[in-house]
Design a binder for this molecule. Structure first.
Ligand code: GAL
Length: 816
């Protein structure tokens, strides 16, 4: 491999001082696909997200057996139709004035099969692209300049979705002195909370000479108050465990995401005003809270609550897999507004950044590990590594992430093919035992899709939390075989829809496909194995032993374009409650009406601009938390509707329950006027509360001619750190501000001042326009432009131009 020494001279090298602990984020790298041509990049980096989209990249001729397919067919967009397969090379330079006693390269994940070289010496490797791992680089480093090289290799047919490619998560250099803490050994956990006190257990491990040293610990709350402290002579080496009491603790929960910091120091001179001669200092954020599961349900801090969760793949839509804090914060903010309180990191180990965002914003997490074990679900999937690496992967998942209060359970797998065998049961037991050994505080789960097989083999009974994927109609039978006395909807719904697309007639069906490659936003279409949201609402509400659910999925993701796995062009999912751009689909309001207990929801669908449908039946649905509503078309009442009582008795045979997807079920949760004859004008709904009082209203209008663009930023000011993002939703509207709901005008984007154009996305799963070019068509009147700060403070101007309309719109933002 040729090394680009000359190129590297021009790169700002990272100068590291070698005293005590230092963590340096390695952002600046050279990147190459062939180790000949190099370009500077900033890490996190996803080499494939710019495309171009092409079905040739990972054309899979396969039968997706878990979807019930028997015959292999061509699957063109299964892993996103982006060029993520093949090799990638990264290099960076580190300069040491003095050599540290210890130096590690800490990767939060690298896609995939990373091999790490220090000054040309092989220093270590990993296999699974999602695992955080550390490479001890100490022995290969020298004074002066050092070259770090990472090679990556992505193999075809190794993923069921878009995995991303490259150093897509941060890489850090961690240096310490000879005497130091082993950072992943530090573990703070809540033993119990009683009588206004939290009893914490604190583990830490010291390494190196400890003679004459003390370990000092301080616990500081999120307002900076010292709430507990300890001091003890450090044991020569090995694990220390001690008990610490915090009085009047502020417990962490999604509603009160209060955090604490454990400030640990190994010191030789430990004065009363704080240590002065310090060998190492580690600051670990944590939360005080307890988690338990029992027949009384899932309990956080002793209070039972049903989990209102969504599954999320790791990609961030148009940003690809490159992790970004602002994008994660936006996701969590949108989900919380829906009333969602948990995410499942399906089906892989999450990023540290995402867990930090969940900690601080208040989002519970099921942290997952694997989509397969020994038996492959795709030809070159993780099964290649399971035997040799799975224990190490689970170990790193738990050790790296166990201090995050947001994580409420570990998941050891998803729809594991071995679930029906005694061997599978043993494997489950072993993986669960590893989690318990490293973390005695959290229960362990996994998502099972073949309930009968998993219950017969004892696989399901093995789990702390028996989690089932779909097939809600089997829950009543499953529960009778589960000594645990509760079960989790580990994966639910898989309802499909495209934002702003409505198909007529609005049919409840698991078999719909259309020539345009879209799904209907009437929210009546699902998959053969799945269901509509209401079936899950019913089972969660009517069965006390269900502990919650994780909807598939919160946001659309790249790859897996079911029900269009064989349709080209189609390269991203339809399952999302939000589209790939993060714009809510109608379904968002349905979940919000059920889940958000703080704010009311009143939402009308479809849009009301149906040129050519005059006099034709155009159903109108209302998603609301209010019990009743009345619909008016051009001032004329179309009648008042109320939600209808509907139950499914537990004794009902499965064959009958399987047909849960009926109008009767839907009427319990949505208000539907099926036979509205379309006429242009104003559609209005008035909602009534339980006492019959009119309490809220909402209207939509038929749009006139396209008139102007509206730009709405999620924030007006961003940090000038080169990472922060602003998400701007662009809509085309008529003169009165009504959305042109089918507009597909081509727009172009220009960003000037203290930011640059980063990406755009319109949420159309069939679009082949690259995300990273400053132009894109609207999809059903909308798209999102992402602007990134460039490390300068100052004003930012985004200009969006619609040439065909001869108009542009500008938005002023700030970076500070
Ligand atoms: C599940 C699977 C998910 C996704 C989903 C689509 O069976 O666990 O990864 O494929 O189906 O409905």
């Amino acid at each position: 491999m040729k090394r680009p020494f000359i190129l590297l001279l021009s790169v700002l090298s990272c100068v590291v001082q070698a005293q005590n602990r230092q963590e340096t984020n390695l952002r600046t790298w050279q990147f190459s696909r062939d180790s000949v041509h190099w370009q500077p990049v900033t890490v996190p980096h996803d080499w494939a997200i710019s495309g171009p989209f092409d079905k040739k990249w990972d054309l899979q001729c396969v039968a997706i057996t878990q979807n019930g397919e028997q015959k292999a067919t061509e699957k063109s967009g299964r892993s996103g139709a982006l060029p993520w397969i093949g090799k990638g090379f990264y290099q960076t330079e580190l300069t040491f004035e003095t050599l540290p006693s210890h130096a590690w390269l800490a990767f939060d994940g690298a896609m995939a099969e990373p091999k790490v070289y220090v000054n040309g010496h092989f220093a270590g490797e990993w296999k699974y692209g999602y695992t955080p791992f550390r490479i001890d680089a100490t022995r290969w480093l020298k004074k002066g300049r050092n070259l770090i090289t990472v090679t990556l290799n992505n193999v075809e047919e190794s993923s069921r979705w878009y995995p991303g490619a490259g150093l897509y998560r941060p890489v850090k250099l961690v240096t310490t002195g000879e005497t130091h803490f082993d950072s992943w050994a530090t573990f703070v956990r809540t033993e119990r909370i009683e009588a206004g006190k939290a009893i914490l257990k604190v583990d830490f491990q010291t390494v190196g000479p400890m003679k004459g040293r003390l370990v000092r610990g301080r616990i500081i709350d999120d307002r900076g108050n010292l709430v507990a402290s300890f001091s003890r002579p450090a044991a020569p080496s090995g694990l220390n465990e001690l008990t610490v009491t915090v009085k009047k603790p502020h417990c962490w929960s999604p509603e009160t995401p209060r955090l604490y910091t454990l400030d640990l120091a190994i010191c030789r001179e430990c004065g009363s005003k704080g240590p002065t001669l310090v060998d190492d200092r580690q600051q670990q954020r944590f939360g005080i809270r307890t988690v338990s599961v029992s027949k009384a349900g899932f309990q956080l801090n002793g209070v039972a609550r049903k989990i209102k969760g969504v599954c999320l793949h790791h990609d961030l839509g148009p940003l690809g897999a490159a992790v970004n804090k602002a994008a994660l914060i936006r996701q969590i903010r949108l989900l919380k507004d829906m009333g969602c309180d948990a995410i499942r990191t399906s089906h892989n180990i999450p990023s540290t950044l995402q867990m930090e965002v969940c900690d601080s914003m208040g989002m519970m997490v099921m942290a997952e590990s694997f989509d397969m074990w020994r038996y492959p679900k795709c030809k070159n999937g993780y099964a290649r590594f399971f035997q040799a690496w799975s224990e190490r992967d689970i170990e790193n998942l738990v050790r790296c992430h166990r201090n995050h209060p947001s994580i409420i359970m570990w998941s050891i797998g998803n729809e594991i093919p071995e679930q029906g065998s005694a061997e599978g049961r043993e494997m489950a037991r072993n993986l669960q035992a590893i989690c318990h050994r490293l973390d005695p505080t959290r229960p362990v789960t996994q998502g099972m899709d073949r309930a009968e097989a998993a219950l017969k083999s004892g696989f399901a009974q093995e789990m702390d939390v028996p989690g089932f994927n779909y097939r809600v109609y089997k829950y009543d039978t499953n529960i009778t075989q589960l000594p645990a006395g509760f079960l989790l909807g580990a994966e639910t719904a898989s309802t499909v829809s495209s934002r702003g697309v409505y198909k007529f007639p609005a049919r409840i069906t698991d078999k719909a496909t259309y020539s345009d490659g879209q799904c209907s936003s009437y929210d009546t279409e699902y998959c053969g194995w799945s269901n509509l949201p209401e079936a899950d609402f019913l089972m969660q509400e009517d069965r006390p032993w269900t502990i919650g659910q994780f909807v598939w999925t919160g946001f659309d993701y790249l790859g897996e374009p079911t029900p269009y796995d064989e349709f080209w062009p189609s390269r991203s999912s339809y399952f999302g409650i939000f589209d790939l751009a993060g714009i809510p689909k109608d379904r968002y309001y349905l979940y919000r009406s059920e889940w958000n207990k703080q704010a009311h929801t009143l939402h009308l669908l479809p849009h009301w601009t149906w040129n050519g449908r005059e006099g034709m039946e155009t159903p109108v649905f209302v998603y609301t938390d209010y019990p009743c509503a009345e619909l008016f078309l051009n001032g004329k009442s179309l009648g008042r509707k109320c939600k209808q009582a509907y139950t499914v008795a537990p004794g009902t045979p499965n064959e009958e329950k399987r047909r849960l997807e009926t109008k009767e079920l839907l009427q319990r949760y949505r208000l539907m006027w099926d036979d509205v004859k379309y006429e242009p004008g104003e559609l209005k709904v008035i909602a009534y509360d339980a006492s019959g009082k009119a309490v809220a209203t909402q209207q939509i209008m038929t749009a006139g001619l396209p008139d102007h663009l509206v730009l709405e930023a999620d924030r007006n000011s961003i940090h000038a750190d080169g990472d922060d993002l602003c998400f701007v939703t662009v809509s085309l509207v008529d003169a009165k501000g009504t959305l042109i709901p089918t507009a597909d005008n081509a727009l172009s984007f220009d960003v000037s001042g203290a930011a640059t154009f980063k990406a755009a996305c319109n949420g159309d799963a069939t679009s082949l326009e690259p995300f990273t070019e400053p132009r894109m068509k609207l999809f059903n009147g909308k798209l999102v432009v992402i602007v990134q700060s460039n490390r300068q403070r100052g004003d930012i101007t985004l200009t969006v131009t619609d040439k065909s309309l001869g108009k542009h719109a500008t938005l002023k933002l700030k970076a500070d």
